[in-house]
Structures are given as C-alpha cells and as structure tokens.
Ligand binder design. Structure first.
Ligand SMILES: Cc1cc2nc3c(=O)[nH]c(=O)nc-3n(C[C@H](O)[C@H](O)[C@H](O)COP(=O)(O)OP(=O)(O)OC[C@H]3O[C@@H](n4cnc5c(N)ncnc54)[C@H](O)[C@@H]3O)c2cc1C
Length: 519
C-alpha cells in the first residue's frame, strides 16, 4: 500500500502481472564444445556432473542483477554457457582448467549465482564451473589458530551452522544480505561485505590463505597471521571475479559465537546530517566500534515507518512534537557482539555520542525486528517487478567529506525522474568514511524497459563517479560497471591489471570480458 500510494499505482495494475516471464525458455545458441571434449569432461567428473540441458544452461546464464531478471522475464537468454560442470575435487578442477586452456574454452566460475553485476554471462560460451554440488565442505577448524579451511562452494547457512555448532561455537561473521544463496568463493571473488562488517571487516579482512587453480598453474598461499614476504598474493585473487582462476579453498578467520551477549540499540535523529555526524564521531572516538552500524536516510526511514504502521500512532505524534519530523528524521540501528561487558560498554558510549547529536534512544526492539527481515526484504524486488516497477540497488563508498554531497547529488539525479522513490542507507562504516547503498523504485518504460533502465543506470553511475564515489563498495564490477574502469584508472594502472591477467590466464579463458573487459 505504501508503494501503491507513493508510485501512484492503480488497482488495475495491482490485479495483473506485468511481464510475468511465464513463457518456456528457448536457448538458440547450440552447444559449441565438440563431443570428444565433452567426453573427456565426463571421464573426469562423471556423466552426471557434466550437464547441457536447456534448464542447466539457462540456470547458469545469469546472476541476479535487475537487467538480468528483466531479460528472463522478456525470455532473452543471449549468452548461456555450453556446459555446466560440477567438479568433485581440486584435482578435477586442475584437469578441467588444463583442457580448457589447451582447447581455448571459456570458464565461468559459478558460486551461488547471486551476483548483481552481470558477472556470470558466457559471451564466448564455454563452461560454467559450479562448485556448490560437491566442493562444499569444511576441511579443518583450528581452534588454536582461530581459523577454518573451507571449500569455496559452501553456501553461507551451511558454513555458519557448521561453525556455530563446532566445539564451543564459532562464527565467520560474514553475513551479506544474499547470505542464503551465496558461497564462500563468491564472497571472496566479489570482495563482498556482510551486515556486521563494521567490526568483523569485509571479506578481505577475514581471508588468511587461498588455494587457486589458474590456467598458468596452482597458487596456494600460507595462513600466517600477517607477514612481509613481499606483497600479499591473497589480494590478487580477492575481488578477481573469476577472471584469474578458480578459488577452490580458503582459510578464513573465525571468532567465538556469543550471540546471547549481543547488545541492541536503535535511535531516531532529527535529520540525516546529525545521524551521519554521530556515526562518524563514534567511529573516530577510539572507544571501539559496533558490528552492525546502519543509518536509513529520511526517505528510507519514512517508508519503514509507514510499512510498520507507525505513522499516526501515539509514539509518532510524541516524536513529531519533539521535533522528529517525517521527511527529515533518520533511523539508526546498532548491534554489538562479543564479550558481554564490552557490548554493554560500547552501547553506552554510542548512546552518549548519539544524544549529543539529537539521537533519541528508542530501545533495542526496532533493531531486532530489522534483523528478522534483513534477508527476505532484499527479495521484495520480484513482486515489485510484477507491477512494472524498476527495482534496483547500487552501492558506493566515499570519505566523510564527500559523503553528504554525494548523497544529495545521487538523490537529485534519481528524483528528476517522475514518481521515483529513492532510499539510501549507510551500513559499512569506517574511521574515514562509509558506504552509501541506494535502492530506487521507478515505473518501467513499458515497451522499452531495458534501454530505459540502462540509461537511468548510466546516469546514476556517472553521478557517483563525478561526485567522488567508488564504483563499488562490495558488489564488485562485473560487466555492469566495467565501462567505467577506464575513467577510474590510468593506463599504467590498467596495464598492471592486464599484466597479471596475461600471466595467470595467457589465453584469456577465465570469465572473458568480465570486470575489466580483459581477455
Ligand atoms: C538480494 C541480494 C542481496 C545482496 N547483498 C549483498 C551484501 O549484503 N553484500 C555483498 O557483498 N553482496 C551482496 N550481494 C551480491 C552477491 O550476493 C555477492 O557478490 C556474493 O558474494 C556473490 O557470491 P556467489 O557465491 O553468489 O557468487 P556468484 O554470483 O556465483 O559469482 C560472483 C562472481 O564471483 C566469481 N566466482 C564465484 N565463485 C568463484 C570461485 N570459486 N572462484 C573464482 N571466482 C568465483 C564469479 O565468476 C563471478 O564473477 C547481494 C545480491 C543479492 C541478489
């Protein structure tokens, strides 16, 4: 109802489904890999693990970006892989990569398929190498080193459950909103961030060691807590988006799982700027940081309040009287984990900082409620698309001094388009700045849905770059953002990426065209 009101949706639109995507899929591109090579793959991984049915090819043709979902609704499958292979071991991956390198067959490493950057398409056909069926196990937990060695194809919930129930209980601490449908390998390859990243760190701060199979050979880094053996090879592969090799194993840090100790808080601020100031002051104060730290800008706050039925309640009237007005007021959520005394201490400190910035403490319940729906809320996109609404997200990061101007410019750009709802939150926070995560809803241009979207998206990315935001904070580059890499990096810098690519993947078979348009 909130969206119906905001976007002027009629009852007729509500009754039907726009582009329901019910047509049977047809894949026009024939399988290009010769039968004798397919036989070789079948000998390596078994016939049941080498698939070329239309369903398998279609399931691996896309990730989950808005234009990809739209293309599926339009029955467009332009770049499917020829084959999907589910290898059972690192040795099999080595054999498959070697054959592909010799025969010039593309490989697209495939995790959970939750990429939102068009990173999984197969413009040159080839193989979608899916590690989730077999290479999905924890290999070793070291309690003394506080680390876990895990195969890259393990899904988030299986991994976390294993750790939570191991011995006295551990956590990985990485909870992207796609947690249920993404894998350890995908987290590393896309250089992601989870909801609790402000204290646990992004995935790159969790990786101790990696095993990677590249066309040039295998690389296995060591799990030192830190070292100075020249530069850090892990960082060549973290964020490599499948263009250098297949990550088969990772050793990650783990922490004690102490969920019962967690302290929760929520605040309402009079305006966005005060909330941002409070967040920055907390991060720079030196008293420690929370695990979840999140601000919803005024439009996101208003939508949340309306959806929860808070508008018009007694508490709402009270808050309005105190100066917390719709259109300006801003919600903040906080969770601190770890030792009980520590969690309590940080919560009190954050409360004091918030109070100095007009932050009104509204208890811990709103944060707990938000956490309950943090995964499911991300999938509101599909029913909104049924109504003919573009529903997309983009994320960036900026230093504190650039953050507010960037927020204003992004909003102004999107708001130029009639009936557009723009909700922004900050959810990964640092001493030096934070990310900005934009969710926008806008009516589709019926009959010209894709081109219209691409135009809107291009203008938004241009606005971000012009206002000193990064191309991504945690989704990665993929094919969706690769055209902007030339603007962000000079020839020497791009040449360096290309040189690494040439060394590890001389024939350009690894996820061709992804990330930098390399290969
Ligand atoms: C609803 C939704 C919410 C999301 N929320 C978040 C979020 O909170 N935080 C976040 O960081 N991201 C988020 N994402 C984006 C996405 O889930 C992440 O990028 C995730 O890390 C991808 O993992 P995956 O296993 O699904 O990888 P895939 O989507 O299968 O692959 C992503 C990229 O990694 C490469 N790759 C995958 N596995 C390997 C491997 N073993 N070796 C080498 N390369 C590999 C692929 O080739 C591709 O380039 C979200 C996506 C959706 C749809």
């Amino acid at each position: 109802m909130v969206i119906k009101e905001k976007m002027n949706i009629s009852d007729i639109d509500l009754a039907g489904k726009y582009l329901p995507g019910n047509d049977e899929i047809s894949i026009e591109k024939e399988v290009q890999i010769p039968e004798n090579i397919i036989n070789k793959f079948e000998e390596i991984s078994g016939k049941e693990n080498v698939c070329h049915t239309n369903d398998e090819r279609a399931n691996h043709a896309y990730g989950k970006s808005y234009p990809e979902l739209l293309k599926l609704r339009l029955s467009k499958i332009e770049n499917p892989p020829d084959l999907v292979i589910y290898p059972k071991s690192t040795d099999e991956v080595v054999e498959i990569v070697n054959i592909c390198n010799t025969e010039n067959i593309a490989i697209i490493p495939f995790g959970g398929g939750s990429s939102v950057t068009d990173a999984l398409e197969a413009p040159k056909g080839g193989i979608s190498l899916n590690l989730t069926r077999h290479m999905n196990k924890v290999l070793k937990v070291s309690e003394i080193n506080s680390s876990v060695k895990v195969q890259a194809g393990m899904y988030g919930p299986d991994f976390e459950k294993y750790l939570n129930t191991f011995s006295s209980g551990y956590t990985c601490g990485h909870f992207p909103q796609s947690f249920e449908f993404s894998t350890v390998g995908g987290w590393i390859a896309a250089r992601g961030a989870g909801t609790f990243s402000t204290a646990y760190g992004k995935i790159e701060e969790m990786v101790l060691a990696l095993k990677v199979v590249s066309p040039a050979g295998s690389i296995e880094t060591k799990d030192y807590p830190a070292d100075a053996e020249a530069w850090d090879l892990n960082h060549i592969f973290i964020g490599s988006e499948g263009v250098l090799g297949v990550i088969v194993e990772a050793t990650l840090k783990i922490r004690k799982y102490q969920a019962n100790n967690a302290a929760y808080a929520a605040f309402l601020f009079k305006d966005f700027e005060s909330a941002v100031n409070s967040m920055r002051q907390t991060m720079q104060a030196g008293y420690g940081k929370p695990h979840l730290f999140r601000i919803s800008d005024p439009e996101e706050t208003d939508v949340a309040f309306k959806m929860k039925g808070f508008d018009g309640t007694f508490s709402d009237s009270f808050l309005k009287l105190k100066g917390y007005k719709p259109g300006k007021r801003t919600l903040m959520f906080v969770v601190i984990e770890g030792d009980k005394d520590y969690a309590k201490f940080i919560k009190n400190k954050i409360k004091k900082t918030a109070k100095k910035n007009s932050g009104f403490f509204i208890g811990g319940k709103p944060t707990k409620k938000w956490l309950e729906q943090r995964y499911s809320s991300a999938y509101a996109r599909d029913p909104l698309m049924d109504l003919g609404i573009i529903t997309d997200t983009l994320e960036t990061t900026a230093t504190w001094e650039n953050l507010l101007p960037l927020w204003e410019e992004m909003r102004a750009y999107l708001k130029n388009r009639p009936l557009t709802t723009v909700m922004v939150h900050l959810s990964h926070v640092y001493e030096n700045g934070a990310n900005l995560y934009i969710t926008f809803l806008s009516p589709m241009k019926r009959g010209d849905e894709l081109d219209d979207y691409y135009q809107l998206h291009k203008g938004l990315v241009d606005t971000i770059v012009k206002n000193k935001g990064s191309l991504s904070h945690h989704h990665g580059i993929g094919r969706a953002l690769s055209p902007w890499m030339k603007q962000q990096y000079n020839e020497t810098e791009l040449g360096l990426y290309q040189a690494i690519k040439n060394k590890l993947d001389p024939n350009g078979i690894m996820n061709p065209g992804n990330m930098l348009g390399l290969g």
